[in-house]
Design a protein around this ligand. Structure first.
Ligand code: SAM
Length: 453
C-alpha cells in the first residue's frame, strides 16, 4: 500500500462527504473479477469515478475470496497495512464478497476502519447500502443470503478490451464437502436465456469478440424462461451471434457435464476447443468423501466423450491434494489420473479447512508438510506432461488473439482457442487482432512461434 498517509483516528472516521472516486482491489476467481466490474458499474452510475490507485480514492473496496484460508487472510493483511499507513478520516473502506459473507460483522470488530460489508448475494442492494453511508451511517452491512435475485447492472465496467464476462448462474447448490462457496455465495440463481443472449448481442455491438460465460457451476444453468434452453443450446445460441468469434465457459462440474456440450463444440467453430473440468481427486474413495457425486471411472467416461470429439479439445482441471483421509495410495491415483487424461493444464491446491463446510468436521489428517510434498510431486509430474504435450505442437499453425505486447522482448502475446499462450515477434499495434502463428518451440506453460499471416 501507499507511502504518505494521514494518521488513522477511529473517532474521526465519521463518514460525512459523498465519495467522488473509488478503487476496487479484487482477489480470487473470474466470478470475483466480473463482480468487481459490475460493482464498478453501479458506482459509475452513481457518478463516482474509478481511479488507478487507492491513494486517490474516497471509497476503497476489497472484493475478497475465502476459498482457502490464505486467500481469506489476505484481506486482513490489506486492512492492517492500510491502518498502519495511517489513512483515515473521510476515506470509506468496504469489504465485499466471500470474506465479507463469511466473517460478517466480526470485520467491524477486527478492522474498525471498515464502514461497509457486503456479501455477493446482497450486491443487488449495494446502491442502497452506499446511499445509507452517504446519509451518514457509519457502518452498514448486506449479509442476507435469502435472495432469488441475480446482480443485474445498468452499467458494467469492462476491464478486458476483448473478452467480456457474462454471468449465467450465481451461487451454488452442490455442497462439496471441502467448499465454502454455497455458504458465501448462497443458493443458485439463474439468469434467463433472453437476458444472457441480449447481453452477448450488446457486447458484440460494443466490439467484444470473445464471450466467457460464468458460473460457479456454469453447466448447472437452468433456463428460468419459457424458452427452456439447455446449457448446450445456450452455448450454441451464443456462438451463432454474428461477430462472436470465441466463446468460453467456466466452471463446469463433471456431474452435470453432458455429451450435448461436446456436440455443441463440434458443430460451432466459435465454441473454443477448451474445457475446464475440475476432478479434485483421482481416487473414488476421496471423491466420495468430498461428496463430488462421481467416481474416477464416471469422470473418465466424460473425458472419453471429450477426447472422442471430431476436433481436439484441450482439457484443464483443478486438483486438491491432502484432503481429509487421503492416503498415499489415493494420492498416487490422482497422479496416475494426470497420465490417463493427459491434461493441458492443472490448477492444484493443498487442502485448506474452511468453516461451515462438511469437511470442517472431518479430521484434517494429512500434515501440512506432507500436503506440500504431494503438491510438489503432482506439479512436477504435470509439468512433464505439459512439456511433452506442448512439444507435440511444434510445427503446427494456430489462430491466436493477440492480447498484449512485451516491449522488452518486442513480442506479441497471443492466445489460441485451446487457451494456450504463444509468444512471437510482433508489433504493439497487433493487440486485439486475430493472427495465424506457427509454433517453433515449446515450454511447459507457453509456446513460441512466428506469424504466418
Ligand atoms: N465451483 C467449481 C467446482 O466446484 O468445481 C470451482 C470453484 S473454486 C473457486 C476453484 C477451486 O478451488 C476448486 O475447484 C478446488 O480445486 C479449489 N478449492 C475449493 N475449496 C478448497 C479448499 N477448501 N481447499 C483447497 N482448495 C479448494
Amino acid at each position: 500500500m501507499g507511502a504518505v498517509r494521514e494518521r488513522f483516528n477511529p473517532a474521526s472516521t465519521v463518514v460525512s462527504k459523498r465519495p467522488r472516486t473509488f478503487y476496487i482491489e479484487t482477489f480470487g476467481c473470474q466470478m470475483n473479477v466480473h463482480d468487481s466490474e459490475k460493482v464498478a458499474g453501479v458506482l459509475m452510475a452513481r457518478g463516482l469515478r474509478s481511479v488507478e490507485n487507492d491513494q486517490d480514492a474516497d471509497l476503497i473496496l476489497y472484493n475478497t475470496c475465502s476459498i482457502r484460508e490464505k486467500a481469506a487472510q489476505k484481506v486482513y493483511s490489506r486492512l492492517g497495512a492500510f491502518r498502519k499507513g495511517g489513512r483515515g478520516s473521510g476515506t470509506i473502506i468496504g469489504v465485499l464478497g466471500c470474506v465479507a459473507q463469511q466473517e460478517g460483522e466480526r470485520i467491524f470488530e477486527r478492522a474498525p476502519q471498515v464502514s461497509l460489508i457486503c456479501g455477493s448475494a446482497s450486491y443487488p442492494r449495494l446502491a442502497d447500502l452506499l446511499g445509507q453511508i452517504e446519509a451518514g451511517n457509519r457502518r452498514v452491512a448486506g449479509l442476507s443470503l435469502a435472495t432469488d435475485e441475480c446482480f443485474e447492472t445498468e452499467l458494467t465496467r469492462r476491464d478486458n478490451p476483448f473478452r467480456a464476462y457474462v454471468t449465467v448462474i450465481e451461487g451454488c447448490d452442490q455442497r462439496c464437502a471441502f467448499c465454502v462457496v454455497p455458504t458465501t455465495r448462497g443458493a443458485e440463481r439463474n439468469r434467463s436465456s433472453q437476458r444472457i443472449l441480449a447481453d452477448c448481442q450488446r457486447l458484440v455491438e460494443e466490439g467484444f469478440s470473445e464471450i466467457q460465460l460464468l458460473g460457479q457451476i456454469v453447466n448447472h444453468w437452468t433456463d428460468p424462461s419459457p424458452a427452456r434452453l439447455s446449457f448446450a443450446e445456450l452455448l450454441s445460441r451464443v456462438a451463432e451471434i454474428p461477430g462472436v468469434r470465441r466463446v468460453r465457459f467456466a466452471t463446469s462440474h463433471p456431474r452435470h457435464f453432458t455429451p450435448e456440450i461436446v456436440k455443441a463444440i463440434e458443430s460451432h467453430p466459435a465454441l473454443c476447443d477448451q474445457i475446464h473440468l475440475p476432478v479434485q481427486s483421482g481416487s473414488s474413495q476421496v471423491l466420495a468423501r468430498m461428496r463430488r457425486g462421481y467416481t474416477r471411472e464416471e469422470y473418465l467416461e466424460k473425458i472419453n466423450c471429450v477426447r472422442g470429439a471430431r476436433r481436439a479439445i484441450s482439457i484443464s482441471t483443478d486438483v486438491i491434494v491432502g484432503f481429509c483421509g487421503e492416503t498415499l495410495e489415493d494420492f498416487e491415483q490422482t497422479v496416475s489420473l494426470l497420465d490417463v487424461v493427459g491434461y493441458d493444464q492443472v490448477f492444484s491446491f493443498k487442502y485448506s479447512r474452511r468453516p461451515n463446510t462438511a469437511a470442517a468436521g472431518f479430521e484434517d489428517s494429512v500434515p501440512e508438510e506432507e500436503k506440500g510434498r504431494r503438491l510438489a510431486v503432482l506439479q512436477e509430474h504435470q509439468r512433464q506432461i505439459q512439456l511433452r504435450r506442448n512439444g507435440e505442437l511444434v510445427g503446427r499453425k494456430f489462430e491466436v488473439l493477440v492480447e498484449s505486447f512485451q516491449p522488452r522482448l518486442q513480442q506479441a502475446v497471443g492466445r489460441t482457442t485451446s487457451n494456450r499462450v504463444i509468444n512471437f515477434p510482433g508489433e504493439p499495434e497487433w493487440i486485439g487482432r486475430y493472427m495465424d502463428v506457427r509454433v517453433t518451440a515449446a515450454g511447459p506453460n507457453s509456446l513460441v512461434g512466428v506469424q504466418t499471416s
